[in-house]
Design a protein around this ligand. Sequence first.
Ligand SMILES: Nc1nc2c(ncn2[C@@H]2O[C@@H]3COP(=O)(O)O[C@H]4[C@@H](O)[C@H](n5cnc6c(=O)[nH]c(N)nc65)O[C@@H]4COP(=O)(O)O[C@H]3[C@H]2O)c(=O)[nH]1
Length: 713
Amino acid sequence: MQTSLCISDITDRIDPVPVHCNNSTLYEAFRDDHDLMVVAVVDTAGQVLGLIERHAFNLTMASEYGRALYGNKPVTTVMDKCPLLVDITTPLRDFTSKTLTERPSELMRGFIATSDGRYAGVGTSLSVLRAISGDLQQSLGRQQEMTNDLIRLGGESQRHQTFLNMVIQNIPAMVLVKNASDQKIVLLNSVGEDMLGVSHETVVGQASGDFMTAERAALYNTYDQMALNSDEAIMLKEEHVTDAHGRQRIIQLKKTVLRTPSGEPDCILTLGTDLTEQKQAEARIAHLAHYDPLTGLANRALFSREMEAALSRVQRLDRKTALLCLDLDRFKAINDSYGHLTGDQLLTEVAERLRGCVRKGDVIARMGGDEFAIIQDIEVPQDAQHLAARIVEAMKLPIVINDTALEVGASIGIAMAPTDGMDANNLLSRADLAMYRVKAEGRNGWRFYRPEMDAQLQSRIEMEHDLRQALADNQFQLFYQPLLNLDTHRIVSFEALLRWHHPLRGMVSPAEFIPVAEDCGLIGQLGEWVLNQATRTAALWPEAWRVAVNISPLQFRHKSLVGLVNRALKVSGLSPARLELEITESVILEDETHNLAILNAIRALGVRIAMDDFGTGYSSLSYLRTFPFDKIKIDQSFVRDLPHDKNALSIVRAITDMAQSLGVLITAEGVETEAQMEALKALNCGEAQGYLIGRPAPDISAYVQPLAVCYGT
Ligand SMILES: Nc1nc2c(ncn2[C@@H]2O[C@@H]3COP(=O)(O)O[C@H]4[C@@H](O)[C@H](n5cnc6c(=O)[nH]c(N)nc65)O[C@@H]4COP(=O)(O)O[C@H]3[C@H]2O)c(=O)[nH]1
């Protein structure tokens, strides 16, 4: 070994990374610079904090959730915090002999050179090997002479030779040396034995052609010749080889010609790096970067690339492409009540069904949560329609997970290029728009985008904006509509109905703005306001009157509804028995277990629960057995056709008969005529509500004692 060498001669001044640099940035640096083996991490004052070694780093970033977990975190989360530090002035000999005895594995990775504790450079075992290549040259080129020298020089030189051998044998790369003159092998280390599947003993003194196929030997001889003709090291392209254990490996060879002091080629040094694990790690990272780890479908990033490719096909080849946006109808409810594990299994099965519906070449992507998108090259719009119909049908079939049959359903919106545009984002929003339309129309279906949907969206966006303003500016008011007991002919309660005084549009119907508030997440705030206002107002009414408040199914998802009800009662001082909550059947439809628990808890407070709009759903009767409702309100669509329509009569009769047997009170909504009222009385209906009794009004003083408490008196 050249005794004069010190650490400063063998380290590279590679820019260190600052402590706050994130792992994704470093990953890109490693990816772009194949020679970057180690990087030091320093603080703002240049003090060394740690070391990041390429191989270990790539493995961390490639583990299943590695990149997702570490990508945005600072590099300190994956660095080696106790790296080998060595003063830049240390003689190489001291460093190597000390390191080999104390921390041999460290030398194989990397070390940081420091000066006054500050970063000065990084080195690797390769740089050590490179530095001692002068000695290597001697020892390899003139082995016999060297041996004699060593014997002559005694212990000191022998130690250096031993050291050299240790480095060569332990370096995690193949080291193969050939004589430049006859190209016979003079050295092969143990990694090389493994990579080539031959032992050192069998190949030393042999040429490549003696133990390789003629074809391969010719290739290597050409490479050797290229190296001999070059003044610099040559890097060869990656090769796929089968190693001694029969495993497929990817290796990269670098050839350097070591020359005598007079410049004559002495020997050819081949370093072979095994890139297999690094390549696998990179492939895993690339896969993670483009595919959803749960379902294996394309992710948003790959979707965007595929969409651009599809649009360019549309442009170049005069083709058509359909974009289908799909949202699962009941995923959130299932996920909330059965847990995330079931949710994940469900999504995996949905992905499988989608794969079964599309044709080769179609791209399915998971855009996040329960949203999926499909890119389909089409001839005619009907192709997209058929695919959508196939998917809707496939999603209707129950998905069985852990013996539970889950019915999830799907809503699909379709936009097409070039008809609906040629911009990927625009098409996506248009397909989304069509999908929301399906949701608004009752879900479980598909729809094509239509230009008029844009205008509707615009007015919806405006309404959403105005609703936020309305909450801030107190533009809401409650109206109250009376309910009459048909036996006693007395007013028994009032339903609180929300009114919005829009500064420009005047009074806006709740039927118009409640769905928007539900969609944009304002219903929680709005519902809380209604509950507080209604209980506060009713607390001032005569004791005999109750107040009924409409509760949206979405209020069951937000903050604790039980807590809100309890607080409203406490603050207002209203007795719980005087509060009635009106819910629709979708509350039970959407998340039965969770919502029934909430309903039971509210009922346990002493609050009454009424089922609103009864008869409009498709399986209303079955709900009556799932929860002990205090009241059922027959939807006004049935009352409207009374007393002459036979169908309406028999439906109302069926409901009142059943309610009587269950001991539940029946209220008829939308009673507008005396004839309707008489028919309802004859059918044993308990209460009535409608314009005949009184319209919703902000002020109920007209019903207060003595005359107006009773209807018709
Ligand atoms: N044609 C006719 N209509 C009658 C008659 N009697 C009452 N109505 C109307 O019927 C609707 C009854 O309320 P709903 O079924 O709960 O239906 C309500 C309810 O679902 C919802 N809503 C109103 N206020 C609230 C609220 O505070 N929270 C929630 N979540 N929803 C509300 O908006 C819907 C519509 O409310 P409104 O426009 O006030 O409409 C009210 C009421 O004004 C009648 O004799 N004939």
